[in-house]
Write a protein that binds this ligand. Structure first.
Ligand code: FES
Length: 148
């Protein structure tokens, strides 16, 4: 199966019914995308597939063939963070951090579509990404800061 992963052409022998999250974490060693519910309901595993955010825990590999996948590992680096990553740090938009990767990827997909989203659009985009620590307001502020 061929696809693009974080800008790199990638070719894998893989069961097409495995999930993208399983392959990312357990075959490719990319651990930023988290397993939360495993049911497509919490958003911890969110990545960008093509130009849309998807929950990778319920995305089968057969649907990834020929497409582009971006994970948190492809968003920015410690030395050159994506504006969203810098803003999350400045706004302290995380507590335990378990949901953060998914929040960042969902927000990155939003900003690709709409570089200047209204607050209501940010809240609507992120409503599928759950945070049990209660930092949602800080996340919204961070996304606003990233596109200011
Ligand atoms: Fe994928 Fe919860 S782990 S949505």
């Amino acid at each position: 199966m061929q696809f693009t992963l974080n800008g790199q052409a990638t070719s894998l022998e893989v069961d097409p019914d495995r999930t993208l999250l399983d392959v990312l974490r357990n075959t490719l060693g990319l651990k930023a995308s988290r397993l939360g519910c495993g049911l497509g309901q919490c958003g911890a595993c969110t990545v960008i597939l093509g130009d849309h955010a998807v929950t990778s825990c319920d995305t089968p590999m057969w649907s990834v063939a020929g497409k582009s996948v971006t994970t948190l590992e492809g968003l920015g680096t410690r030395d050159a963070p994506h504006p969203l990553q810098a803003a999350f740090i400045e706004e302290q938009a995380l507590q335990c951090g378990y949901c953060t990767s998914g929040m960042l990827m969902r927000a990155a997909a939003l900003l690709q579509r709409d570089p200047q989203p209204a607050e209501s659009d940010i809240k609507a985009a992120l409503e599928g990404n759950l945070c049990r620590c209660g930092v949602q307001n800080r996340v919204v502020r961070a996304v606003q800061k990233a596109c200011a």
